[in-house]
Design a protein around this ligand. Structure first.
Ligand SMILES: Nc1ncnc2c1ncn2[C@@H]1O[C@H](COP(=O)(O)OP(=O)(O)OP(=O)(O)O)[C@@H](O)[C@H]1O
Ligand SMILES: [Mg+2]
Length: 367
């Protein structure tokens, strides 16, 4: 239980195009001709990503970053201007329209607004892709009922979308996406139309599906909380480019790009309570204390470190606040401490506290 946190064994960058199965996006570029002008819109600019089989990649970006364009290229609804998309060894970008129809059966799609047919019951909606694929009626029944059961809607099989809550509609959407037994699932803002509690339930369901069916999942979102809850790895997209990618935990712990930092702080905050933020000053007032934020990986590695630094350097470290949360299954903590020390001692304190995986930043001073 108290074992120190270890980085995941498989820690290659998501951008390395090595996945033979799963999803491979290789130097993809998508340029749209803008309407009513000769200008072009570069929606995606040299995107490379890989999602190994059975893993979950979250792609996060602001509005207009290129997220939906990326999804459309993966399911073959649109073609890249250059580059390749390979899904489970099949080069989607090389298929004819006819072959694409078959290939799409191995790619499940979940949508923000569910896209259910209002004239069909829950059962009828989940059955639809099987009917289109020409599956015999008895076989359809055999496949749809376990799916409705899996998403927790066995008792709603004969309900119409208008009789279902948002979360229940999305459960139907997920069951429908799984009907053709796809190997990958793509999700375009699947929880954006849902309240926070329902969002958590749907994310839990997606995680369970990933575990039980060993399904590869690529989802796009503009919410870092969704990435935190669901993704093994994350890619940050901005202006059609991947500006940062890596294991979810690492990206949270040490975001490098400005856009990533903003996304991360939307979830973790500064770690400092409001009363403290109001009192922070940029320069040291007479007799004032420096305020440090220590970001650490692992929940119990820090207590001995604080007392050691305190002892070695003869300073008193006051803990002002602390929090630990779980990100991608690993504890991630922030500790805010203050200390009164001369500049050279402060530098030594920061150096010692920065041991291991800790990130130490000075937030300012308090009187
Ligand atoms: N069919 C199209 N024709 C021209 N430009 C397009 C087309 N589709 C998308 N774009 C442009 O490409 C860029 C990326 O759009 P995209 O829909 O992929 O963004 P997004 O990240 O999904 O945004 P949002 O979070 O708002 O859904 C935008 O500048 C958009 O205006
Ligand atoms: Mg979009």
């Amino acid at each position: 239980m108290n074992a120190p946190w270890q980085p995941p064994a498989e820690d290659r960058p998501v951008s390395s195009p090595t996945a033979a199965t799963g999803i491979l996006i290789d130097r993809v570029r998508k340029v749209y001709a803008a309407r009513n002008s000769s200008a072009e819109v570069v929606a995606l600019d040299d995107i490379s990503l890989s999602v190994p089989k059975g893993s979950i990649l979250g792609v996060i970006g602001r509005s207009g970053a290129g997220k939906s364009t990326l999804i459309r290229l993966i399911n073959g609804l649109d073609k890249p201007s250059s580059g390749r998309v390979v899904v489970n060894g099949v080069e989607i970008t090389a298929l004819s329209e006819r072959d694409l129809r078959g290939a799409r059966r191995s790619i499940g799609m979940v949508f923000q607004h569910f896209n259910l047919l209002s004239s069909r019951t829950a059962f009828g909606n989940v059955a639809l892709p099987l009917e289109i694929a020409g599956t015999p009626k008895a076989e359809i029944e055999k496949r749809v009922l376990p799916l409705l059961d899996m998403v927790g809607l066995a008792d709603k099989r004969d309900r119409y979308p208008a009789e279902l809550s948002g979360g229940q509609k999305q459960r139907v959407g997920i069951a429908r996406a799984l009907a053709t037994e796809p190997s990958v699932l793509l999700s375009d803002e699947a929880t954006s139309a849902l309240d926070p509690e329902t969002t958590d339930q749907i994310l839990e369901l997606l995680k369970q599906i990933n575990r039980d069916l060993h399904l590869t999942i690529l989802f796009i979102t503009h919410e870092m909380a969704v990435v935190k809850a669901l993704a093994d790895r994350v890619a940050v997209i901005e202006g059609g480019r991947i500006v940062e990618d890596g294991a979810t935990f690492d990206v949270f712990a040490t975001p490098r790009h400005e856009v990533t930092r903003r996304f991360v702080s939307s979830v973790t905050g500064s770690g400092a309570p409001d009363w403290l933020l109001e009192k922070l000053q940029p320069t040291q007032p007479p007799g004032g204390s420096a305020v440090l934020r220590i970001t650490f990986k692992g929940s119990d590695a820090n207590q001995p470190l604080l007392s050691r630094v305190s002892r070695d350097l003869g300073v008193d470290l006051n803990i002002l606040s602390g929090q630990v949360e779980m990100i991608a299954g690993h504890p991630f903590g922030t500790l805010i401490v203050s200390l009164a020390a001369a500049p050279d001692v402060l530098r030594q304190v920061i150096a010692q506290l920065s041991a291991g995986n800790n990130l130490v930043e000075q937030l300012g001073y308090v009187a």
